[in-house]
Design a binder for this molecule. Structure first.
Ligand code: CU
Length: 206
């Protein structure tokens, strides 16, 4: 399933590419600014080093163009990140109305799933490829968080209320399912698999 250098989980949902693009942009931006700042420090340390004991710095009262530059550029960049991130978040948050609904109950320490037709499974979730799937989730005890890295889906499961998230798997396969919210002794064992099947196979499985 994994090809090349395993820096990122496989992309197996329609959202995966969008999430990764934002993530890579943030990593790239961080690298660029880290290099710029570290480079500037090195250059200034050498260029403005004290050459003699009489060498005194000139006080600087202000530099409006410089201050406008380092205010406006970061403002535009951070607003861009905000709008980009928020649009992906809302897309992820609002489940499409036509989605196939699956009920999810987390408990210490397992995942229970129930399909509309009544089939139930534990730590294993069968879904069709190429179909939007909405997870309607709650928990019997503490907070858990459903996490399917290949789909770039991670959403908290909270006692006393329903939360929901959705995905559309793009290719058949077997993908990791984790609990991503520390929930007690066997938190690390609260894992399972998402089995993505071709639509006819899923119908047959039901
Ligand atoms: Cu958990």
């Amino acid at each position: 399933m994994q090809t090349g250098i395993p820096l990122m989980p496989e992309q197996a949902s329609t959202m995966a590419g969008e999430v990764d693009a934002l993530y890579l942009f943030l990593v790239g931006l961080t690298v660029v600014f880290s290099v710029l700042i570290a480079g500037a420090i090195v250059v200034f340390v050498i260029k403005y080093r004290r050459r003699s004991p009489q060498d005194l710095p000139h006080p600087v009262e202000g530099a409006l163009p410089l201050e406008l530059t380092w205010t406006i550029i970061p403002f535009i960049i951070s607003m861009g990140i905000f709008v980009w991130g928020a649009s992906i978040y809302y897309k992820q948050y609002r489940s499409p109305a036509e989605a196939l609904e699956i009920y999810v109950v987390g408990k210490q320490w397992m995942w229970k799933f129930q399909h509309v037709a009544g089939q139930r499974e534990i730590n294993e979730l069968h879904v069709p490829a190429g179909r939007k799937v909405k997870l309607i989730m709650t928990t019997e005890d503490v907070i858990h968080s459903v996490y399917i890295p290949a789909f770039r889906v991670k959403f908290d499961v909270v006692p006393g209320k329903y939360t929901s998230t959705w995905f559309e798997a793009t290719k058949p396969g077997r993908y990791h399912l984790f609990c991503a919210e520390y929930c007690g002794t066997s938190h690390s064992g609260m894992i399972g698999w998402v089995e993505v099947m071709e639509a006819p196979d899923y119908q047959a499985w039901l």
